[in-house]
Design a protein around this ligand. Structure first.
Ligand code: ZN
Length: 579
């Protein structure tokens, strides 16, 4: 009988998890359920998880969404409307890893559970005290801010529903939210967290556009695209006209999902493609391995994502066909119409709550425009390629590109600008899924102040320091196309703002805050000393902010403060204050 009751309660709670409910009654009910649930969780470790935040929960980003360089590895939950932003462990387990980064996940906690899953909570505003102590001890012992600690099983046990931190905006986050992941502990693969929760959702995905991509003759990228706006006609979506296609093509779907508790556009969970009622292609966003995450640049239309902020799922699997999202495909996701008759395309898109939308169109071979073939600069993605210029060798491993390429210009062009060596490498329409390596052919090109900089007009937007590879030559890893220059950077970082009171009275100051910028956009090292002793300085990359928290006792005893900021090229800015 007890077991039955428990199951019923768990079910009720699952329903509540993402439902937009209000009031203290639900909070009390939730706490009661968490309590009841924890009790049974100790018997059945594969039981349903608890919520990572106090309900109601609002989904703002879904699993596997397009993120320029990677798939979104979890879900995002809104917190800025919540009076209680406590983050809760979803099952019993232990804290297995704690990270604190200036960008990335900011403050993050990993909890390993005995059921084979690990849950991850990112962008926290603060850690719970028992976790914070471990982080602070590590930082002071090692005189570092950036933290990545792995912990053994018995060190920090947690119970389901236990508070592990407060949600916030730390790291590479723009607006307070909780980034929440569930991983397979053994493989560390990211799993779709919504598989573990029932959510209140009766809204089916919405089709907006169908895109037909024509490749260059022989199956080379870049392709050109033709978009068809679609609208709902009766029970399914369709375009106004029949869709003309070349002999061989691939398709893109602008299809977005919505849930009842949120107005954010979300990625559906599953898309099935049928030609004349036979299933030819299927994708399911259920799990991925992190070493496959850059395939995001091909699973989605990378150009549309980067330049139009659109999330379009394409059928072309290219060179990334090991990507686990593809459940069915043939011929690299290319579709061929066998004759001049009309063939029916049916696309079904579904979400995690089995709301399904259907799209239908009539496909017909037509005389449609195709990209001009570029016969000179062909790159086969299944082979190694080395491209030599006067000063560098650009090395592309097998599988560097999402598909075979035929380019207008050579992949790499070397030139001189303002007395700097410079290169254009590829362009954004070429989805790069593995980094390339650029090797400098002459050591004398590199001094200790040299940085390899990605430029936007005359501004440095990214910088890398050439490093000696195993053969003793300098090299850099390039993970994006663009224009790059080799620059000797002798300009140190600039402290553009400091909150030191004019009268030097710091007895009420809760923290010192410095805003520091650098021409290369990279502060790689920094330190702060109070009365000559190393003290923690917290770096928030997105705001260029460095803050030094001060305790009440500390404020009264500070006589000196020394700060140093060091950029990628090793240029140092030092500043001392006396109080
Ligand atoms: Zn996220």
């Amino acid at each position: 009988m007890l077991g039955r009751t428990a199951r019923k309660l768990i079910y009720t709670k699952k329903i509540l998890i993402l439902a937009p409910q209000k009031g203290a009654f639900f909070m009390r009910l939730f706490l009661f359920l968490v309590f009841t649930f924890s009790f049974f969780a100790s018997f059945a470790q594969t039981a349903s998880p608890g919520a990572p935040l106090r309900p109601p929960l609002e989904l703002t980003s879904n699993f596997a969404e397009y993120r320029k360089t990677h798939f979104h590895s979890g879900i995002d939950l809104r917190v800025n409307n919540k009076p209680d932003k406590s983050v809760l462990s979803i099952w019993d387990g232990y804290v297995s890893r704690i990270r604190f980064n200036s960008a990335s996940y900011g403050r993050a906690v990993y909890i390993t559970h005995p059921n084979g899953y690990t849950s991850v909570y990112g962008h926290l505003d603060s850690y719970a005290q028992f976790i914070d102590t471990v982080v602070t001890n590590y930082q002071y012992k090692n005189h570092v801010f950036e933290t990545d600690i792995e912990l053994p099983e018995d060190y920090l046990p947690v119970k389901q529903g236990q508070i592990i931190g407060i949600a916030g905006n730390s790291g590479y986050s723009f607006g307070a939210h909780l980034h929440f992941e569930i991983r397979d502990t053994k493989t560390q693969d990211a799993l779709n967290p919504l598989k573990f929760y029932e959510i209140t959702d009766n809204i089916a995905p919405v089709f907006k556009q169908l895109i037909v991509y024509s490749m260059q003759k022989g199956g080379y990228l870049p392709a050109i695209s033709q978009a068809y706006t679609v609208t709902k006609r009766g029970s399914y979506y369709s375009p106004a006209t029949e869709v003309l296609v070349p002999d061989t093509f691939f398709l893109g779907f602008d299809v977005q999902d919505y849930v009842n508790s949120s107005y954010f556009r979300l990625l559906p969970k599953k898309i099935d493609v049928f030609i004349d009622d036979s299933l030819v292609w299927q994708i399911e966003f259920d799990r991925f391995a992190f070493d496959q995450t850059a395939a995001c640049r091909g699973v989605f239309d990378h150009d549309a994502g980067l330049n139009k902020k659109m999330q379009i799922v394409t059928t072309y699997t290219g060179n990334a066909n090991r990507q686990g999202f593809y459940k069915k495909y043939s011929n690299d996701g290319l579709i061929t119409i066998p004759d001049n008759n009309i063939h029916v395309l049916t696309v079904k898109a579904g979400d995690t709550e089995f709301n399904t939308t259907e799209f239908r169109a009539n496909l017909k071979r037509g005389n449609i425009s195709r990209p001009n073939p570029n016969t000179k600069n062909q790159i086969h993605s299944g082979y190694f390629h080395d491209y030599q210029t006067e000063n560098v060798v650009l090395k592309c491993d097998t599988g560097t590109f999402y598909g075979n390429l035929a380019l207008e210009k050579p992949l790499i062009v070397e030139f001189f600008t303002n007395n700097h060596l410079a290169w254009t490498i590829g362009y954004t329409e070429i989805p790069l899924i593995k980094p390339m390596t650029m090797v400098f052919r002459n050591d004398s090109l590199i001094s200790d102040k040299t940085i390899f900089a990605q430029m936007d007009k005359h501004r440095i937007i990214n910088g890398w320091k050439p490093v000696k590879n195993s053969n003793g030559a300098y090299s850099v890893s390039i993970n994006r196309p663009g224009t790059f220059e080799l620059i000797d950077d002798t300009i140190p970082p600039t402290i553009t703002k400091a909150n030191i009171p004019a009268n030097n009275n710091i007895s009420y100051l809760k923290e010192f805050v410095f805003t520091v910028t650098d021409n290369s956009d990279e502060i790689t090292r920094f330190n702060a000393y109070i009365n000559g002793e190393w003290t923690l300085m917290i770096y928030d990359y997105k705001y260029n902010n460095f803050s030094i928290p001060l305790s009440v006792a500390q404020r009264k005893t500070i006589r000196t403060l020394d700060v140093e900021f060091i950029d990628l090229a090793g240029n140092i800015t030092l500043k001392s204050f006396t109080f």
